[in-house]
Design a protein around this ligand. Structure first.
Ligand code: TRP
Length: 324
C-alpha cells in the first residue's frame, strides 16, 4: 500500500497516454472511432490523461510529399480542442517539443532486432495501404517510437482495440479523406447539408413507397451515431422499412441532427481561431509539463542501462545548454 493510501489520501490516478497523428482536419469518422473515446476517458476523471500529438509519427509516411506539416498539425489540434479535449483537465503535448523522446527511442532501438521490427503485421499493412515502395527506417521504427512515447510519461493505461468505424457518405465501409467521402468536423452547415442530401442510401429502393433497408444504410448509421432523438430515429426506421417515408425527409432530419452536433464544435473552434497564439500557449504549457516527466524517465532509463557515465560532464553541458 502506498504512503498516500495509508494516510487516507485519495489514491493516485492511473496515468493514461494516447497519441494522435495530426494529418490535418479530422472528420466524423475520426470522432466516432477515436475522439469520442478520448473524451469519455478524459471526462471520467478516472485517469491522469496525457494526449500526445505525434508529429514525428506523421513524418514516417509521405514526409517528402507533405506540403505543410505545420498547418496540418494546427488544423488537427484545433479539431481536437474543439471537440472538447480540455487543457485544464488533460496534458496536451507535442512530441517534437520533447527532445528526450528521441533519445529514449534511440536507446530502445538497441533492444529490438531489425528482423523483429520488419515482422510487425501492421507495418506490412501500412506499406500495402499507402502503396509505398519500401519502408523508411522511420516507418520501420514506428512501434519503437510509440513504446518510447508510452514509457516517456510512464503511461500505465493505453487505450487500444477496435473502435467503431463510420461508413463514408458514398456508402464505402470507411470514412476516409483519401476516398473523398467525409463530413469534416469543421464543415459549415451548408456544406453538411449538401453532403447529406447527396448521400448514398439503399440502392435497392427506387421509390419512396418501396420498403427500404435500414441495416448498413449509411444514412441510418449516421442517425444512430449522431441523432440524440431516439423516438425520431425509431419512427424514421419503421416508416422506411414500410415504404412510408422518402429519403429526403430522412436526410433532412439527419442534416438537423448533424448540425446540432457540430455547432458547439464549430463554435469552440472559432473561439480558438479568434485567439491567435492560444494554441501555441496550450502546447507550450502541456509540453513543458510532459517534459518534466520525460527528463526524469530518461535519467532512470540511462541509469537502468548502465549509461550514467560522466555524469558531472553531463550536468555541466545540460546547464550550459539551458543558459540563453
Ligand atoms: N500510432 C498512433 C496513431 O496512429 C499514434 C500514437 C503515437 C500513439 N504514439 C502513441 C498511440 C503512443 C498510443 C500510444 O494514431
Amino acid at each position: 500500500m502506498s504512503t498516500s493510501q495509508k494516510n487516507g489520501a485519495v489514491p493516485r490516478k492511473k496515468r493514461l497516454l494516447t497519441g494522435l497523428r495530426p494529418t490535418g482536419k479530422f472528420h466524423l469518422g475520426n470522432y466516432v472511432g477515436t475522439f469520442e473515446k478520448d473524451l469519455e476517458l478524459q471526462n471520467s476523471s478516472e485517469y491522469e490523461c496525457f494526449f500526445l500529438i505525434a508529429d514525428y509519427h506523421t513524418l514516417t509516411t509521405g514526409y517528402e510529399t507533405a506540403r505543410s506539416i505545420g498547418d496540418d498539425i494546427r488544423e488537427g489540434v484545433l479539431d481536437f480542442l474543439a471537440v472538447g479535449i480540455d487543457p485544464a483537465k488533460s496534458t496536451l503535448y507535442l512530441q517534437s517539443l520533447i527532445p528526450e523522446v528521441s533519445e529514449l527511442f534511440l536507446l530502445f532501438t538497441m533492444l529490438v532486432s531489425a528482423t523483429r521490427a520488419q515482422r510487425i503485421p501492421t507495418l506490412k499493412e501500412q506499406i500495402r495501404d499507402l502503396k509505398l515502395d519500401s519502408a523508411s527506417l522511420g516507418l520501420l521504427n514506428y512501434p519503437v517510437l510509440q513504446a518510447a512515447d508510452i514509457l516517456m510519461v510512464r503511461g500505465e493505461v493505453v487505450p487500444v482495440g477496435k473502435f467503431p468505424v463510420l461508413p463514408g457518405t458514398g456508402g464505402e465501409p470507411k470514412m476516409s479523406k483519401s476516398l473523398g467521402n467525409t463530413i469534416m468536423l469543421s464543415d459549415d452547415a451548408e456544406t453538411v447539408r449538401k453532403k447529406v442530401m447527396s448521400m448514398y442510401t439503399d440502392p435497392t429502393r427506387l421509390r419512396a413507397s418501396d420498403p427500404g433497408h435500414v441495416k448498413g444504410n449509411p444514412v441510418f448509421v449516421y442517425h444512430d451515431a449522431f441523432n440524440p432523438n431516439l423516438d425520431e430515429v425509431h419512427d424514421l426506421k419503421s416508416r422506411y422499412t414500410k415504404g412510408r417515408v422518402g429519403d429526403v425527409e430522412v436526410k433532412q432530419k439527419l442534416v438537423v441532427a448533424l448540425n446540432a452536433f457540430l455547432d458547439p464544435i464549430r463554435q469552440r473552434r472559432a473561439e480558438f481561431e479568434r485567439q491567435p497564439g492560444l494554441l501555441e500557449d496550450i502546447l507550450a504549457d502541456g509540453s513543458s509539463r510532459a517534459r518534466v516527466e520525460a527528463r526524469d524517465t530518461l535519467q532512470q532509463a540511462r541509469e537502468a542501462m548502465g549509461l550514467n557515465y560522466f555524469s558531472r560532464a553531463r550536468k555541466t553541458v545540460d546547464a550550459m545548454g539551458s543558459t540563453p
